[in-house]
Design a protein around this ligand. Structure first.
Ligand code: BT5
Length: 256
């Protein structure tokens, strides 16, 4: 069970994920959240960069010590975190995002949030897991290479004439929501209790997507997820399982 989340805030860090790792090495217990005003080395998956301008967005990471969780289930935590961010954006601002499996939240076809889950093992078991979440909040514009596919809370609220986001309040909402979903997940260590809700918000469900892995690129229809949080697609009438981290999934029209 996750409970008693504790918050720390720093003006500037390299990466909130890396700060949590340092603390994990100092034997910090589960439930610590580190957030920052900016990241000088914000990370995406597989060595990609996460744009982290000062005072604009949320950069926040949580330390988990999921005793007894199997290594194979760690990637499902990303899927659970995506549900939490979606839920928080809806409850706080009425913004109804979709989840682009596995780790993005999209609004109006653009990415508003990315999630990076990392872990370290010790003696054959999970030692700790870091869940890192970046949510664009006040950004009015983005670097040229991502401006076509990135958005922020303020940009989305402006479209409906509804005020501005608040970084601290949204951060708390996200982790409260994460606690709720994570505790459902951890009971069965899979998506049994969450799958139905998840699939309601899965971007491209029932639509054509392009799956790109190291060797291949092919079209499929997204069906849903299985209890491990893996994506199920239909390729010419045959069901295939897409595992987290293995591939990139794109709608065939544009980024989503
Ligand atoms: C992600 O990777 O989406 C994971 C992002 C996780 C960021 C959080 S912030 C707190 C914690 N500390 C960290 O150092 N990281 C975590 P990926 O799916 O690989 O997407 C990365 C891609 O998203 C980049 O290559 C860009 O194309 C795009 N991108 C970069 N910054 C963005 C932004 N601020 N908003 C929208 N898209 C962005």
């Amino acid at each position: 069970m996750l409970r008693d989340i504790r918050y720390e805030y720093y003006e500037s860090v390299d990466s909130t994920n890396d700060r949590i790792k340092m603390r994990a090495h100092e034997d910090e217990t589960q439930g610590l959240v580190i957030s920052a005003g900016e990241q000088t080395a914000g990370k995406g998956r597989i060595g990609r960069k996460w744009e982290s301008p000062k005072e604009e967005s949320i950069y926040t990471s949580l330390l988990l010590r999921p005793d007894e969780l199997s290594v194979e289930s760690v990637s499902t935590i990303t899927v659970v975190a995506a549900m939490a961010v979606r839920d928080a954006l809806y409850r706080k601002y009425g913004l109804s995002g979709q989840i682009k499996w596995p780790n993005d939240i999209v609004l109006d076809g653009k990415k508003i949030c990315g999630i990076l889950t990392e872990m370290e093992m010790r003696e054959g078991k999970i030692w700790y897991v870091v869940v890192g979440i970046g949510v664009n909040v006040h950004n009015k514009d983005f670097p040229e290479d991502i401006s076509f596919k990135a958005t922020s809370v303020d940009l989305e609220l402006a479209k409906i004439g509804a005020g501005q986001g608040h970084r601290k309040e949204l951060t708390t909402e996200i982790w409260n929501s994460f606690e709720k979903y994570y505790n459902i997940f951890i009971r069965t260590q899979d998506m049994t209790g969450l799958k139905e809700e998840y699939e309601k918000y899965l971007a491209n469900r029932g639509n054509r997507v392009r799956i790109e892995d190291r060797e291949n690129s092919y079209e499929a229809t997204a069906i849903g997820i299985n209890n491990r949080g893996e994506l199920l697609v239909d390729v010419d009438g045959e069901e295939r399982v897409i595992r987290t981290g293995e591939v990139s999934v794109r709608g065939i029209y544009g980024y989503v």
